[in-house]
Design a protein around this ligand. Structure first.
Ligand code: ZN
Ligand code: ZN
Ligand code: FE
Length: 741
């Protein structure tokens, strides 16, 4: 008899809810090892007894056997327990002790096996909208607490039928310990209702009724994974206009769900990395270039823009609905503009009752709201605009901070983050805290993120802006608070993502953020370590009339730029009467701020070029300029240093006097900004340059700046996993706080 040995392994990472335990079970059986595997709050525990070389083979082979979604981040050896069972078993989860740091999985789009089943008339899940298995299905949207067991999910109320139970208990089955396992006999079901709650159809009839209504130009609210969508046929201009009017959404682009990749290709250009993202289990909205003459798409979907946001069906419900329809639908978040997405059936009927004609609902509760994620591909790599369903929660290694530090985030595009187990875990997109609903959701997101990990906030990192709801909210926790300057947080987020300690030259360009001198920053060049920063250069500041209105009216930025240059030029779109009022305010300094914001400089240029005078949504002027510039090659305009300020004056003069077509001027404007970055990088003399802030959602700006900086020998750190916009602020706040600790 060869010598036996035993060991206990504690594995951390994404090991729960991904079919990890069955893989361990099968491998242990093959190698004739005894012991058990179970989930614990930190990950999974594997006890093994048997011949030493078999245990070594187990450890060597396990990583290669793991399902795609699983990932072991660390393995810790512990003393083996005293007694072992006669075989190998899967045990129920250990109860929680200490911080719960097990990687929580995002929701996973339907896998090919489940897809085959729902379209197979012989399968017991034929046309079942809630089919899932260990390889796919909802996760984060239904987890209420850890460890990840059915009793801790919103599936708790559904008792598995004997057939489902048998699958759930069979280690050889794809649904072994699939926590949301369900079938038509025992699982969630559909209903088709009016806003007043009248049920018009149920089950498959409900789905067919929804398809008929959409075909007929109606607006349907459809409950999905992370909340409700508002849907309308994308080809039906009248329906899309009605949806816009009812949702109070003037021009902001609307996302589309297509029946298939082929349908997307018929409407848009799709590069290989874009295809991979579309078909990934995260199934985000991907911004794609629209093909000329694409059919089935009303002009009202993305007015004035050459891109559309496209996604593929990601739940069985969507697959069934889209295959009935065979054409794309608008699938926009079920909310009023800027409010959080609806998740609850009664709440949805109340809040969306004025928008949707009908509701396609189901009875599986949603644990937390999650909008669809949005990304673009830039330079072959992802550029996140919004992390939500499928890409949340997100976790990034961040050493130095003890568990329980919470970053409150910013005001717009807010998200919060928590330190746990040497990682920074970021919440899904919350929204703009100017809205009461989002502010409430922010409170919930903090409680949710900490509670899920068994923690309470022990310290907080916040923006310096005293008016941010996030800053105010954190002050109510009664814990030590660290203030982090907005643009330092942007750069620190980029440094954390790229694993840089600094010093780096951080280029933080966005709309607004409060500076340490009380003015509004937004075109900053900061020499940063994680803990500290020094402002070494900035875009020349200019006066802006009218507080919040200034951010919606590019002509106000244009006026400020012109008057700062000493020009009496009248910005386009300004009547004589308006002009004299605005000029009067400027002269008196009444309701005027000075800002170095790059975002407002974009607005000014958009106005001067006659591209956009009033914005219906944030970033609209910059998006139009980016679209106008296209891929046209262009030379930079002149610019100059004035002390530590980069002066755009020579650029604006050249632009106004040249009489060039607006598209060329827009392209030259982007080129000039990139040259300004190169000039500042040369002056700072640091090898690493980090690009962050909302302006770097602009792909032309990001690509041109990266290319030019790299040509000059700089190493460019850019965002890939974290949005460059204010959603990344929470991570930066934690990075700064951790470094100062
Ligand atoms: Zn599946
Ligand atoms: Zn069942
Ligand atoms: Fe910002």
């Amino acid at each position: 008899m060869p010598e036996e040995t035993s060991i206990l392994l504690r594995m951390r990472g994404r090991v729960q809810g991904v079919g990890f335990r069955p893989v361990v079970f099968r491998l242990a059986h093959e190698l004739e090892l005894r012991g058990w595997v179970r989930n614990d709050a930190a990950g999974a525990e594997v006890a093994l007894a048997g011949r030493a070389e078999r245990i070594a083979r187990f450890r060597a082979e396990l990583p290669g056997r793991l399902p795609a979604a699983a990932d072991i981040q660390s393995v810790e050896e512990r003393p083996a327990p005293a007694d072992f069972p006669a075989g190998f078993e899967i045990r129920t989860s250990a109860t929680a002790d200490g911080a719960r740091v097990a990687g929580i999985l995002p929701d996973l789009a339907t896998c090919p096996d489940c897809l085959r089943e729902i379209f197979d008339p012989r399968d017991r899940r034929y046309r079942y909208p809630f089919a899932n298995c260990t390889h796919c299905g909802p996760r984060y949207s239904l987890i209420e607490s850890l460890p990840y067991d059915r009793a801790n999910t919103t599936m708790r109320g559904f008792r598995m039928c004997p057939a489902c139970e048998a699958e759930y208990r069979d280690p050889r089955n794809r649904r072994f310990h699939a926590q949301p396992n369900a079938c038509p006999v025992c699982g969630p079901s559909l209903s088709w209702t009016r806003a007043d709650g009248t049920v018009l159809a149920e089950g498959d009839e409900a789905l067919l009724a929804a398809a008929a209504a959409l075909r007929d130009g109606k607006i349907a609210a459809v409950k999905g994974i992370g909340g409700f969508h508002l849907m309308a046929a994308a080809r039906d201009a009248a329906a899309v206009r009605r949806l816009r009017a009812r949702k109070k959404r003037d021009e902001k682009p609307l996302a589309l769900m297509f029946p298939s990749l082929e349908a997307i290709r018929a409407a848009c250009e799709v590069s290989e990395p874009e295809r991979k993202w579309l078909e990934s289990q995260a199934a985000p909205i991907v911004l794609l270039e629209k093909r000329a003459g694409a059919k089935d798409l009303a002009d009202e979907i993305a007015p004035g823009l050459p891109w559309i946001g496209a996604m593929l069906p990601y739940a069985p419900l969507h697959h069934l609905l889209m295959s009935e329809l065979g054409f794309p639908v608008v699938a926009t978040s079920g909310n009023l503009t800027d409010e959080p997405i609806c998740t609850d059936n009664d709440e949805a009927r109340a809040r969306l009752g004025e928008i949707a004609d009908f509701f396609l609902m189901h009875d599986r509760p949603i644990a937390r709201p999650m909008d669809d994620s949005v990304l673009a591909v830039c330079g072959g790599e992802p550029l996140m605009m919004r992390r939500g369903r499928g890409l949340s929660p997100h976790s990034l290694p961040l050493s130095g901070a003890p568990d329980g530090w919470v970053a409150a985030g910013a005001q717009m595009k807010s998200a919060v983050a928590l330190t746990v187990g040497g990682n920074a875990v970021t919440s899904p997109h919350i929204g703009d805290l100017d809205h009461e609903g989002a502010a409430r959701l922010w409170e919930r997101a903090v409680a949710d993120l900490t509670g899920l990990h068994g923690l309470k906030p022990v310290a907080a990192a916040v923006d310096l802006h005293p008016g941010y709801a996030s800053t105010q909210g954190a002050s109510a926790w009664g814990v030590p608070i660290a203030g982090v300057q907005h643009h330092h947080a942007h750069v620190a987020a980029c440094m954390a993502e790229n694993g840089l300690a600094g010093p780096v030259l951080g280029i933080a360009w966005d709309g607004t953020g409060l500076g340490t001198d009380g003015t509004i920053w937004g075109g900053e060049f900061l020499v940063c370590t994680r803990a500290e920063f020094r402002r070494v250069a900035w875009l020349r500041p200019f006066p802006l009339v009218g507080g919040d209105a200034a951010a919606r009216e590019p002509r106000r930025a244009a006026l400020g730029v012109l008057r700062e240059m000493g020009s009496n030029h009248v910005p386009p779109g300004c009547s004589k009467a308006e002009l004299s009022v605005l000029d009067g305010m400027l002269a008196e300094g009444f309701n005027v701020v000075r800002t170095s914001s790059a975002g407002r400089l974009f607005d000014a240029v958009a106005s001067l070029l006659g591209v956009c005078q009033k914005m219906s949504h944030e970033g609209q002027a910059a998006m139009r300029l980016e679209a106008l510039a296209g891929n046209m090659p262009a030379e930079a305009y002149p610019f100059a240093w004035s002390g530590d300020a980069l002066d755009w004056g020579p650029m604006v003069s050249a632009m106004l006097s040249s009489g060039e077509p607006a598209a060329l001027a827009a392209a030259r404007f982007h080129a000039t900004l990139a040259e300004m970055m190169v000039a500042a990088a040369r002056r700072a003399g640091l090898r690493d340059v980090c690009l962050s802030g909302g302006c770097f959602q602009n792909r032309r700006l990001l690509a041109t700046a990266t290319k030019r900086l790299e040509e000059e020998g700089f190493r460019v750190g850019r965002h890939r996993e974290i949005p460059p916009n204010d959603a990344g602020i929470c991570l930066g706040q934690l990075a700064v706080a951790a470094a100062r600790a």
